[in-house]
Write a protein that binds this ligand. Sequence first.
Ligand code: GDP
Ligand code: CA
Length: 298
Amino acid sequence: MELSGGVGGARLARGLDRLDSVDLTIVVNVGDDDDIHGLHVAPDIDTVVYTLAGIEGPHGWGRSGDTFETNDEIGALGSDNTFKLGDRDLAMNILRTEALHNGTSLSTFTSSVTKHLGVGAFVVPATDDRQRTIIETDTGEMLAFQEYFVMRQTRDTVAAVRFEGSPAPAPGVLDAITQADVVFIAPSNPPLSIWPILAVAGVRDAVGRHNNVVAVSPLFGGKALKGPADRVMASLGLPPGNAGVLAAYDGLLNRLIVDVSDAADIPDLDGPVSVVALETRISEARAAVSFCEKVLAL
Ligand code: GDP
Ligand code: CA
């Protein structure tokens, strides 16, 4: 099983999903969920589902081959359309909003659409409750996650991350962790994508008790491939590089996989967690599969 944010999580999931030996459950962050033009958006779930279905958008969000006529029209009518919803992507968001409005849970809706898209893996939101990631900036402002991430393009310095609500795990989440042979923590943004999952009741304990928890570092030479992971970890006071990833997951890991470009740091990471260097660039599906085979053979 895997704990996942958006892009980094989806890439690992695609590798694991293609291995015949793996019966995959992906528990996905919902701290990024928001209401946009009255629609319930769940960007990390959609990135994972679209990627597993092979219909993901080119920039790590949304749908492939999408158009933005509705979004342009929203702008022409005088509304903020910085958070782009493509015409095809709207279908998913309209149906999800309708389902939630009718009392269907997010997890039930998600498993129904994944089946319709031909995805075999079990994709489950960390919680069916409302959980919102709030960003506190160094000037004391409180920002909704998408305001920080999309509208303000991660320009603010993050002083603290808070998770609103006291969410219960969605059905199947704790069992998936407890019964898994391996718990993967995806190469997602540790504070912004994985901490909200760990904040769901019972999840941190279940992961901490598991004896085969493997995290994949999102860092290459101390930097994220894309997005603010390294900046956020630094401003939250975590040590630089993979020492920061170890600190972000303190008490949870049995193994950390770092990129070969960071192999020289391994002696400095000495401690209870076994640190192994592999080629961790998994943007291509084939690279992801061979990466997952190597990790499972360790
Ligand atoms: P988001 O929710 O879509 O912002 O994405 P995530 O939190 O799941 O992942 C963002 C992180 O994925 C970034 O810090 C990237 O460095 C990392 N990432 C993206 N592609 C790869 C990859 O191919 N390999 C590894 N190891 N990390 C990646
Ligand atoms: Ca995300």
